[in-house]
Write a protein that binds this ligand. Sequence first.
Ligand code: ZN
Length: 418
Amino acid sequence: MNTPVMPRPDLDLAARLFDTLYRNSFDGVGITRDTYGSGEQRAHDLIAATARELDLETAQDAALNLYVTLPGRDRDAPRAMTGSHLDSVPAGGNFDGAAGVIAGISVLAGWRRAGYVPSRDVVVMGVRAEESTWFPYSYLGSKAAFGKVARSILELKRSDTQRSLGEHLTECGGSPEQFGRAYLEPGRIARFIELHIEQGPVLVEAGIAIGIVTGIRGSFRYRDARAVGAYAHSGAVPRRNRRDAVRAAALLITALDEDWRRLEEGGRDLAITIGKLSTNPAQHAFSKVAGEIDICIDVRSLEARTLGEVDALLAQRVREIGAATNVSIVLGERSGSDPALMDATIQSEMGAAAKRRGIATRMMASGAGHDSAVFAQMGVPTGMIFVRNDFGSHNPDERMEMADFELGAVLLADMLSK
Ligand SMILES: [Zn+2]
């Protein structure tokens, strides 16, 4: 098969945009682009202004997501979309999210300059509010674009300002009355391809620049689980009379670890984390049986059935261990998200396109969440390109190389021109 002659993405423009974004959002330590605040807004303004200079169409929806369009030959055909988020965690890095938007803009800029007209409209989306550290809500911007948010979330408070989403939206030029209205129709989107830096060490360790994402893990969490027994003297109370909360928690953790090992050996994708475990410092003591302990449980998998099975297993372990130790274990409120598989055809197209271009790739799951999960769950054929990045993300040390970014952008262009 011949490599299609495609105009190159405009990498000089991409480098300038990364530099300007960095200068606009450096906080003295890292990068802060606060959701529905001045940091995120400056990034949106920069991308919109760049799009207008390139004579591309720009639009916004009721949640102030940004859409930049290069018109195609058939304007009625379902559109090809790409994009990512423009917000960041506090003191984060410059590439998490922004790389996906800048990759899309650099592709459209290259095409525009070369006079290349795609067969259908190609749209780059600058997504709002992906980082749930600001508002406690997953995928706020992309869900709002599909009209999949309740208007009540306008009352959510931003973690730093304690002011509502409605107020922040208004400050950025939005109108709370319109919020929640659907802008995107799944049937009108031919595909969504998101380029994002890898946030783990897999590609760096493998010495491979590009990852093809197979799916995005879903999760369930019990943030406020609790075991309650009874405080007692550590010497005077025999084993059979104890209601030891620490022992119950330890047995539960050990049982879950064994379940994890067994399921993983059976080929399941699974990660179980007890990220917090605390006795009450006001009451615990060296010479006391602990009467209470707080436990925080985070379970992730690519497979909905594995999440369901582990949740059922967890309930069973809670009953067994609770009965055996005479401790009441209460899991409390459950939150989480559904796993999202990337489209199989897109994965194989991506692999073939990379091969034609001599780009080495690795297939991999995404442990972190991305807006692509929402597109996939809405039924849009969705794919993700990971770009190698050292030192992880959500910190100021992200280190994506522009040479790796270029490979990702070239692959993105191939996937958008289909
Ligand atoms: Zn991200």
